[in-house]
Write a protein that binds this ligand. Structure first.
Ligand code: DC
Length: 220
């Protein structure tokens, strides 16, 4: 079973995807890390984010085992990732890696922006996780603070709006809701309520598709 979780920056999709993967006994891929690692590699080599040849080489050189996820999750790298992710050649260079991950025996959970629309249009479960920009900015501010980054709410909100606009308006694989995705708006939900809602969506889809899970899907 493939579970595709898409949504804008700081919508909570990563947390939901991780927990779903754990409870379903499936591997999880945070595809934002691929774009973040590509941007990181460019910057580490003194390359410009707009250097397409270098960006494609960096994307092709990625291996799923060598990410330092914590080091990539900062605010600066989110912005840089959004810039390289708008380059069609970079996206093309990362397609096979993501699809191979999704095709693991038993399936996988992937989260990103274009999983349900481009990477795995065949996914049995598609959830589009969203929340208001203000709620997402508050959550991101708390997260960054916990990681020791200096935070300014207004700047974070501005970042989120800029990233939303770039991710949704790019020509290739823009952020949008797949027609067969279930929208989960977490603006008024805490993490436990959001997780329960996500589990409910998965359970309903499993029943509709006649798929049985080897795991109990009750929250642990
Ligand atoms: O999910 P994230 O914040 O780690 O993603 C960082 C950036 O990477 C995001 O602004 C857009 C890009 N991205 C993308 O274009 N497609 C994906 N599947 C995942 C992320």
């Amino acid at each position: 079973m493939i579970v595709a979780i898409d949504g804008p920056a700081a919508s909570g999709k990563g947390t939901l995807a991780r927990r779903l993967a754990q409870d379903l006994g499936l591997p999880h891929l945070d595809t934002g890390l691929l774009y973040r690692a590509t941007a990181r590699a460019l910057l580490d080599h003194g390359q410009n984010l707009s250097n397409v040849t270098a960006a494609v080489a960096a994307a092709r050189g990625l291996s799923l085992t060598d990410f330092d996820a914590m080091a990539l999750r900062g605010r600066e790298m989110g912005e840089a990732a959004s810039i390289v992710a708008a380059v069609p050649e970079v996206r093309a260079a990362l397609v096979d890696l993501q699809r191979e991950f999704a095709k693991r025996p038993g399936g996988a959970v992937l989260d990103g922006r274009d999983i349900g629309t481009v990477i795995c249009p065949e996914a049995q479960v598609k959830i589009f996780v969203t929340a208001s920009p203000e709620t997402r900015a508050s959550r991101r501010a708390l997260e960054l603070k916990a990681q020791g980054e200096a935070v300014d709410y207004a700047e974070i909100l501005e970042d989120i709006r800029r990233r939303d606009a770039r991710d949704a308006n790019r020509a290739t694989a823009p952020l949008r809701t797949a027609e067969d995705a279930v929208v989960l708006d977490t603006t008024k939900l805490d993490i436990e309520a959001a997780y329960k809602a996500a589990l409910g969506i998965v359970e309903k889809r499993l029943i509709e598709a006649g798929i049985s899970s080897s795991r109990s899907l009750r929250p642990m």
